[in-house]
Design a protein around this ligand. Structure first.
Ligand code: ZN
Length: 306
């Protein structure tokens, strides 16, 4: 009798696994994956290729900290088979919607692939962690590996394809890391300082040995004050820094105020270029991929501070 029950149970389990597989890919239909940011969408596309449909809610130049899900977005999330998001409160206002979705479907957070001790603490008492994990190519590699294997588990028909693509992409990310290390080392130590609109580059600074200062805090929700401007102006003058940077997804207002402040102290500082912080460039441009964006930022930083 016991053996009989075990057999039935095993059969039911196999049937459940098969039906689960079918649920995601009936009639040859592709797995529908919705991501929050364009940076995540690019990474997921590198893994799934043409085997799944990948849609990003936020396009080029969109700030995720301030983003609010529209009716259309909720519909896209509801229709998705899988949702991939960053986590660590990058998607500030959307977090509740994403948590709700996780009850009914596969929802993967990139940051779940990382250990807490690898993350930068931004406020110890509030226990907040820096969400801009993509600015350390090795951390992003680890997060991509987490997503790649999670997708391989969901879409078992393409399991081997996804795993092989994940491995290939991770190798490219390791090469990007090495290249960035070499490029940043070309900047003289005294000049190695990135000043931007908001604190998006702390992981970049920690990993590639360059000091970073953001006028606004970790989220673009916080405001900057006169004190911040004054202390940064003093730092720029004392270090004889030639360039500061604006960001494609954040208003340049604060950085322009900084340039004016330096002028008042007879120090010429120019805007060294636009850095991509929380969004990629246009889909068809070189900066439309994570690797292209990372290389563009690094080249812009090196050329402006060198
Ligand atoms: Zn940000």
């Amino acid at each position: 009798m016991k053996i009989y029950i075990t057999t039935i149970f095993t059969f039911l389990c196999i049937a459940a696994i098969i039906s689960c597989k079918e649920a995601t890919r009936t009639n040859g239909s592709k797995l529908k994956i919705v991501t929050t940011t364009s940076i995540i969408a690019d990474g997921v596309r590198q893994i799934v290729g043409d085997s799944a449909e990948v849609v990003s809610l936020m396009g080029a130049g969109i700030d995720p900290h301030l983003y609010k899900a529209s009716q259309g977005d909720v519909a896209k999330l509801s229709n998705a088979d899988v949702i991939v998001y960053n986590g660590l409160h990058l998607e500030g206002k959307m977090t509740t919607v994403l948590e709700k979705m996780a009850k009914n479907k596969v929802v993967i957070a990139m940051s779940d692939g990382l250990k807490t001790e690898q993350l930068i603490v931004t406020n110890a008492s509030a226990k907040t962690l820096d969400p801009h994990i993509w600015f350390d190519a090795m951390l992003w590699k680890q997060a991509m590996q987490h997503v790649g294997y999670a997708l391989a588990k969901v879409d078992t028909i393409h399991r081997d394809f996804y795993i092989s693509n994940t491995k290939k992409y991770c190798l490219e990310l390791a090469q990007l890391h090495e290249w960035t290390m070499t490029e940043i080392s070309k900047i003289p130590t005294q000049q190695r300082l990135i000043i931007t609109a908001h604190d998006a580059f702390s992981y970049y600074g920690r990993t590639y040995h360059i000091e970073v200062k953001g006028l606004q805090g970790i989220s673009t929700l916080s405001d900057f004050g006169l004190n911040d401007i004054t202390s940064l102006v003093n730092l720029i003058v004392s270090r004889n820094i030639k360039s500061v940077f604006v960001e494609t997804s954040v208003s340049p207002k604060s950085i322009e105020a900084l340039v004016e402040g330096c002028k008042a102290k007879n120090h010429q500082v120019s805007i060294g270029g636009s850095l991509y912080s929380d969004a990629l460039g246009d889909f068809q441009s070189d900066q439309g991929t994570y690797i292209g964006m990372f290389q563009y930022n690094t080249t812009t930083i090196v050329n402006s501070l060198h």
